[in-house]
Design a protein around this ligand. Structure first.
Ligand code: HXC
Length: 261
């Protein structure tokens, strides 16, 4: 899909950083089918594009990253329809993107918005960010990983308070609980996200992809298996040209010429 064909997101690539901006500000960037399809399509295009080395996902406007799945679109769905269309499943495919993803969150990140932010590898929060999983108040439950990723990020006590009790986390609370990597002033959110993406983009892409893969593996494997997996991936790095160049450059006190090989 060409960049100008998207209807609900804005997409740009600059300095090796791809940015996907949810853009339905009048609906607080609520995630309707179209948004979910376009976010994943854009991320997949960027994942395959050698010119992109890191991907930022953010929301248009100061008020919301995303206020959840689109309630108006979902309200009349039957079980059969939700089942057959696999509601939300497509957006979950973001987890398959190999390049590093950064969620830059300002304002509301509720329901599917919070889940989308948690799908990213690194979450940077503006001091205006508000996180929550209010689904039970609507007669549903989180459907895009909220009950699984939140508990892994913040532990059972906080996750239960948020998922069952409708508690919202401020940016500060989200950072303290381990959901957000960092809180920054809202005006500096995108600059901070780009600076972080830029640091990632400067490193060897295959090494970054291996590192991401290993960290994510930790959420799914027992420690001993994860450690064995990491060792194999670590040893394989010595097949990379970037390892030879990176270490030689350090020893010769010069900047490495990274080739992604
Ligand atoms: C559709 C939404 C929406 C949503 C806001 N809007 N959230 N439309 N789906 N999730 C629309 C409103 O209808 C309104 O449009 C406009 O955005 C502005 O919202 P207001 O409510 O007027 O703003 P405000 O009073 O400031 O309140 C902000 C808010 C509130 C606290 C974020 O909008 C809110 O509670 N939204 C719903 C949050 C939520 O429950 N999310 C979980 C959804 S379920 P109009 O045109 O009506 O004025 C979910 C399941 C995930 O996410 C499963 C994944 C597949």
């Amino acid at each position: 899909m060409a960049h100008d064909e998207y209807e609900t997101i804005k997409v740009s690539t600059e300095d090796a950083i791809g940015t996907i901006t949810l853009s339905r500000p009048k609906a607080l960037n609520a995630l309707n089918d179209k948004v979910m399809e376009e976010v994943v399509a854009a991320a997949e295009v960027m994942d395959a594009d050698p010119a992109v080395r890191a991907i930022i996902i953010t929301g248009d406007g100061p008020k919301a990253f995303a206020a959840g799945a689109d309630i108006k679109e979902m309200s009349t769905l039957t079980y059969s329809e939700a089942f057959h269309k696999q509601l939300g499943a497509r957006l979950g495919r973001l987890a398959d993107v190999r390049k590093p993803t950064i969620a830059a969150v300002a304002g509301y990140a509720l329901g599917g918005g919070c889940e989308l932010a948690m799908l990213a590898d690194i979450l940077i929060a503006a001091d205006t960010a508000v996180f929550g999983q209010p689904e039970v108040t609507l007669g549903v439950i989180p459907g895009l990983g909220g009950t699984q990723r939140l508990v892994r990020a913040v532990g059972k006590a906080k996750a239960m308070e948020v998922v069952l009790g409708g508690a919202r986390l401020t940016a500060e609370q989200a950072e303290r609980a381990g959901l957000a990597a960092r809180v920054v002033p809202a005006a500096e959110l995108m600059a901070e996200a780009r600076a972080l993406a830029g640091r990632i983009a400067a490193a060897s892409a295959p090494a970054v992809a291996k590192a991401k893969d290993c960290v994510l593996r930790a959420l799914e494997t027992p420690l001993a298996e994860g450690l064995r997996y990491e060792q194999r991936e670590f040893w394989s790095c010595f097949a990379l040209q970037d390892q030879k160049e990176g270490m030689a450059a350090f020893i010769e006190k010069r900047k490495p010429v990274i080739q992604d090989k």
